[in-house]
Design a protein around this ligand. Structure first.
Ligand code: SAH
Length: 376
């Protein structure tokens, strides 16, 4: 039977799975059994699910499949970081990155093909936007990585944390992201603790409140500037919801989820947002709610106008925050040699916004004027 007519079981959370099996005249525990095969044993072949009973094992392939995305590329960095380019449909692919550290393994997952937000310092933004990923395409990234890494048992997990920090704005693909995150956390799914699943947003304020109502995950907010004038230049979404509104939403989230951590991401760009005066403004903002700051040295990509701040400037910025009692980390760049660092993910986007073509034109024009200046 054609794939389109069969349900991809990766699209169902626990309730959805039970409904699907009820539709087949099966008891809820059958759905639970299949979930364990899929997410604990990383099995996608119904034939191998030996405890299901022969008639169900024969019926399932006719109505369902477990179809994770296919890897088009698999790259390993010298520092152990791994990046997969995963094909989603004929014209599109997204990137998923695994970052091993001594005490944890973090998987960075994409939520959309491209991104519509156009943050000026992010490579994904220059790629334009195509569409939201389905829940199966989001949890499928975790499934694929887990299978590749041999994440088989709960005792020896390779993936201990998932961050929705890949391509796209997760809060603009709300339902599918929430469903996929529930599978990351469900004991019948990947069974991760709520604080080990983090959603990162550029600040879609109403959706932060909605997230607080339906999910229990950690929150990361891409702040990047401590005042509205500067933030609007870097994150155009700030025109819609300014810093005050954003921080109020974060405070409501923190009040509702005392166990969740809230992290403010701040990408440091040379001469743009890295002065001690701005660090002091940031300290004032941080007094308003419990949260920590994650400083990300800017990662360059072809055609960008920005540069990474100098190491001493990064240290000084961090020191201002630490001296004021704000917990502040510098996120060390990983996987730079395979373009797997923050803001470098590009995937393959059949751009429907023409933004990529505009970006290319601007880059070409800038190059042409440099050549002219050199010649003059
Ligand atoms: N749209 C969401 C998810 C993307 S997360 C969000 O904005 O939070 C990716 C993180 O990397 C964000 O904090 C983003 O602002 C940051 N980032 C983007 N481009 C970067 C770059 N070139 N260098 C360093 N960090 C970057």
């Amino acid at each position: 039977m054609a794939d389109a007519a069969r349900a991809n079981l990766l699209d169902f959370d626990r309730d959805g799975m039970r409904d699907f099996f009820a539709g087949l005249g099966e008891k809820p525990w059958r759905a639970d059994q299949v979930m364990k095969w899929i997410y604990h044993r990383l099995e996608n072949n119904f034939e191998a699910m030996t405890d299901l009973g022969k008639s169900l094992r024969e019926k399932l392939p006719e109505v369902a499949l477990v179809a994770p995305p296919r890897a088009l590329l698999d790259k390993a960095s010298s520092d152990g970081t791994r990046k997969w380019l995963l094909g989603m449909d004929a014209g599109n692919a997204v990137e998923t990155v695994y970052i091993p550290e001594p005490t944890r393994g973090t998987l960075c997952v994409s939520s959309q093909i491209g991104c519509g937000l156009n943050c000026t310092f992010c490579s994904t933004g220059t790629q334009g936007f195509n569409r939201n990923l389905a829940a199966s395409e989001i949890i499928g990234q975790v499934w694929h990585a887990a299978k590749q890494l041999g994440n088989v048992t709960h005792q020896q997990r390779r993936i201990t944390n998932v961050v929705m920090m890949g391509m796209g704005e997760p809060l603009l693909n709300f339902d599918n992201v929430v469903k996929a995150m529930s599978l990351m956390r469900d004991d019948l799914g990947f069974g991760l603790a709520s604080k080990r699943v983090t959603l990162s947003t550029a600040g879609v304020v109403p959706m932060i409140d909605k997230l607080g109502e339906v999910a229990d995950v950690s929150l990361a907010v891409s702040l990047h500037a401590p005042n509205d004038e500067l933030r609007t230049q870097l994150v155009p979404l700030n025109k819609r919801w300014g810093i005050a509104e954003l921080l109020d939403a974060c405070a409501r989230y923190a009040a509702r989820k005392p166990r969740a951590t809230i992290t403010f991401e701040y990408t440091l760009m040379k001469g743009v947002n890295d002065t001690p005066a701005l660090a002091k403004q940031l300290v004032k903002l941080m007094r308003r709610l419990p949260g920590k700051v994650n400083l990300i040295p800017f990662n360059p990509f072809p055609g960008t106008q920005y540069e990474r701040s100098d190491e001493t400037v990064i240290r000084d910025f961090q020191t201002v925050l630490l001296n004021a009692g704000v917990q502040t980390m510098v996120r060390r760049t990983r996987g730079g040699d395979i373009d797997a660092a923050c803001g470098q993910l590009k995937g393959k986007v059949a751009d429907r916004t023409r933004r990529h073509a505009d970006f290319q034109r601007r880059v070409e024009a800038a190059r042409a004027s440099e050549v002219q200046a050199d010649a003059a």
